[in-house]
Structures are given as structure tokens and as C-alpha cells.
Design a protein. Structure first.
Length: 223
């Protein structure tokens, strides 16, 4: 079986079978779920069958959740495909290398390797599905990190900004109008007080004028 990225992670392809007795012991331990012991057997077999041992070590390390080491092991297992059988083996190596890199957090390498898998076999639907999953995840992450890059969100934000600006402008106009009204009231009140003061002064001045009798200013004729 192969790993399909998504809500459920399916296990790797099983270790390759070999006539090497140490590899067989490693495979037996792997099948029994003794992945650490299996890895030790695979390491011992590396001297005689380095690429197969590296591949099997990758499967054991993946099971042990040491994804970075698993990716390195799969990378070491890569070989130049000289025939169809080796090409198929190399395809599985690359596939598992990409998935291990993804699990280790090296998502750029994972995407590049998965693209290579697809280019080598355009009918590899598992690789297509995994690459699609990675790209969607990347897009979603970018939208979360950069919300302004979302056109619809930009439009909503712009509308909200416009509404807020209009509200602020209206409030500012209302405040200016209130200030002008208050100033006018104060001006009118001051004018009324000034007029009342002038009127009072006029009344007081009239009351203080000297009273004169009629004819007191006539000139006597002397003839």
C-alpha cells in the first residue's frame, strides 16, 4: 500500500523482499511490528544490498515516525533505472521519499519529488492526489497568512472602510455644525446684552439731563 495524504494517512509500501537472510530477518521483524529491530537488521544488510536495505530502512524509520531520517534513507535508495523493474522500484522510492519529506516538514522538497513521480508516470493517481493535497494546503495557508490577497475579502474590507469613512465624515460635519450653532447662539446673546446695555445707558442719560423752563432763553428787546 502507499501513503495517501489527507484526513487518513495510509501506510507505506512494504519492504522489498530479498534472498539476503538479514533482510528476511528484518522483514519478519517489520511484519511483527518490531520496527526498531527491523531497522537494525536492515542496517546490517546495507553492506551487501545498499539500495534495498536503504529502502527498507526508510519504511521502518517512517513507522518509527522519524520522518527526516526516513526521507534520507529513501533518497539513498534511488538508483538509475536500467530496466522496467528498476524503474518501478525507483518510482516507489521517489513516492515514499516525497511523503517522508512532507511529514518531516520539508514541503518544498515533497512537492518537487511528487511532481517528478507524476512526470515519470502520468497515470500515478496516488501521486496526483498527494500533490493536489499539498497545493491546496499551501493555498489555504497563504490565504490565512495574507488575507488581503483574497479578492472577495478585499472587496468586503473596502466597503467597510468606505462606510466607516462616510460615518466619520458625517460625524465631523455634525460636530462642525453644532460648533457653528453654538457660536451663533453666543454671538446673538452677546448682541442682545450689548443692545440692552446701550438702551439702559440711554435711559440713564435722559434722566440726568437738566430740566429747563419755557422762555427762559428769550432775549429782551431794548427799544
Amino acid at each position: 500500500m502507499r501513503i495517501i495524504l489527507g484526513f487518513i494517512l495510509i501506510v507505506l509500501t512494504s519492504p522489498v523482499f530479498a534472498q539476503n537472510s538479514v533482510l528476511r530477518q528484518g522483514n519478519k521483524a517489520y511484519d511483527e511490528g518490531k520496527f526498531g529491530q527491523a531497522f537494525e537488521f536492515y542496517e546490517k544488510a546495507a553492506a551487501k544490498t545498499p539500495q534495498k536495505a536503504a529502502y527498507n530502512s526508510g519504511t521502518a524509520l517512517y513507522r518509527l515516525k522519524d520522518y527526516g531520517a526516513a526521507a534520507q534513507a529513501f533518497e539513498q535508495a534511488l538508483q538509475e533505472p536500467k530496466n522496467k523493474k528498476q524503474a518501478e522500484f525507483n518510482q516507489n522510492v521517489l513516492y515514499n521519499f516525497g511523503n517522508s519529506a512532507y511529514k518531516a516538514g520539508d514541503k518544498e522538497t515533497a512537492k518537487q519529488v511528487m511532481r517528478t513521480v507524476i512526470l515519470n508516470n502520468l497515470k500515478d493517481n496516488d501521486a496526483k492526489q498527494n500533490l493536489q493535497f499539498m497545493l491546496k494546503e499551501e493555498q489555504s495557508q497563504n490565504q490565512c497568512d495574507n488575507p488581503n490577497e483574497n479578492p472577495e475579502q478585499n472587496k468586503n474590507n473596502q466597503n467597510q472602510q468606505n462606510q466607516n469613512q462616510e460615518k466619520q465624515n458625517q460625524e465631523k460635519q455634525d460636530q462642525q455644525q453644532d460648533k457653528q450653532n453654538q457660536q451663533q447662539k453666543e454671538k446673538d446673546s452677546s448682541a442682545k446684552e450689548e443692545a440692552a446695555s446701550v438702551l439702559q445707558m440711554a435711559r440713564e442719560h435722559k434722566q440726568n439731563l437738566p430740566q429747563t423752563k419755557m422762555g427762559s432763553n428769550q432775549i429782551e428787546k431794548d427799544w
